[in-house]
Ligand binder design. Structure first.
Ligand code: APR
Length: 333
């Protein structure tokens, strides 16, 4: 069960990559997948990379270009709500213009084939792409909530599934200048946060979306920020699923697995004797999935291509999603 419920990045120094003894055999993996009664998946930004959405820590990752502490914390919002809103309005815009890839569809089909007791997907992603791939809702737990939920910064008001883009006239995204603007402003916000000086607001407060319930509070993105608690109900549902039987196989897909409590679920599964199967473009930083054994699996490559292949034995060819059918596109990676 998850040790701490507040969202934080592991401060442990990344151990140098251990040479992995993990198997790369697709046929062996497919035999394990078929015989596994209960499969858990932990997904991260790498699952959506092939849909054109940025990751956080890899090459070109968001936290390489922007200061997370100046954009994804309650203090940052308090200090410059307009800047934080620009960052999330930009991500909403990008996610709404992206499409689920074959990795999302393969996991959704695996959920249908294995059923609610047989498969649970824990996603760190807030982009909505798994939902748009028709992943069964009961088998998809959003650890960090969603870009499309809103909540009031002052009262308990919550609004789910608001897909409007722009969300507000002051949040229209100019794609040509947004990234440079965010990069510069996040550095200034970080400086003013660290020496607790106030800075001129990126957008005047009265031009930002306000709460329709209490009228005075500012609306904020309904996502989980650093040092915030993960949604209690979600954690309870995950613990109930994990507690209802041993896990045979844990898929760790497109994540550095270093943000807790999300990353702790890999350790929970491993302690129960589950075999671990990592799908990642780069096996150097695997966080809580970093010590793979010979009974485990490591598939290096684009999740949008690897997942349909390694899950193929259970989910079939996914023809209806290739090209014209659904929303999905084969991985461009
Ligand atoms: N296919 C598979 N893996 C990929 C691909 C791809 N096409 N592209 C990148 N990756 C891998 C990277 O090698 C990296 O291991 O995806 C991982 C992305 O790691 P991060 O950028 O750290 O993203 P994530 O693990 O999801 O971050 C967890 O941190 O900042 C918070 O809220 C944020 O939910 C996020 C959390």
């Amino acid at each position: 069960m998850s040790s701490s419920t507040s969202f934080h990045q592991s401060s442990r120094q990344q151990k140098p990559p251990k040479r992995s003894w993990a198997s790369t055999s697709v046929s062996d993996f497919q035999a394990v997948l078929k015989s596994s009664k209960r499969v858990l998946a932990l997904c991260g930004a790498g699952l959506s990379a092939s849909s054109g959405l940025e990751t956080f820590r890899g090459a070109g990752g968001m936290w390489r270009n922007y200061k997370a502490s100046a954009l994804a914390t309650p203090e940052a919002f308090e200090n410059d709500p307009g800047l934080v809103w620009l960052f999330y309005a930009y991500r909403r815009h990008k996610a709404l213009n992206a499409k689920p890839n074959m990795g999302h569809y393969a996991l959704a089909e695996l959920a249908r084939r294995k059923g609610e007791e047989g498969f649970m997907c824990l996603s760190q992603n807030i982009d909505g792409l798994s939902q748009r791939a028709n992943h069964p809702a009961a088998q998809l737990k959003l650890l960090h909530s969603s870009l499309f939920d809103l909540k009031c910064f002052s009262c308990p008001y919550i609004e789910k599934d608001n897909f409007s883009d722009p969300l507000h006239p002051s949040l229209i995204i100019d794609e040509a200048s947004i990234t440079a603007r965010l990069s510069a402003a996040s550095k200034t916000n970080k400086k003013s946060l660290s020496n607790s000086t106030s800075k001129s607001p990126t957008i005047p407060i009265d031009e930002l979306p306000h709460c329709p319930a209490c009228k005075t509070g500012l609306l904020r993105p309904g996502v989980v920020w650093f040092d915030e608690s993960l949604p209690k109900q979600t954690l309870t549902e995950i613990d109930q699923w994990i507690g209802s039987g041993l896990i045979d196989l844990c898929l760790v897909i497109g994540t550095t697995a270093q943000v807790y409590p999300a990353a702790s679920y890999v350790q929970v599964a491993s302690k129960e004797g589950a075999r671990i199967a990592v799908v990642n473009m780069d096996s150097r930083e695997l966080g809580s999935a970093g010590s793979l054994r010979s009974v485990d699996f490591l598939f290096e490559g684009d999740a949008a291509r690897v997942l349909p292949d390694i899950l193929g034995g259970v989910v079939g060819g996914l023809e209806e999603f290739c090209g014209g059918g659904g929303d999905g596109e084969r991985g461009s990676g």
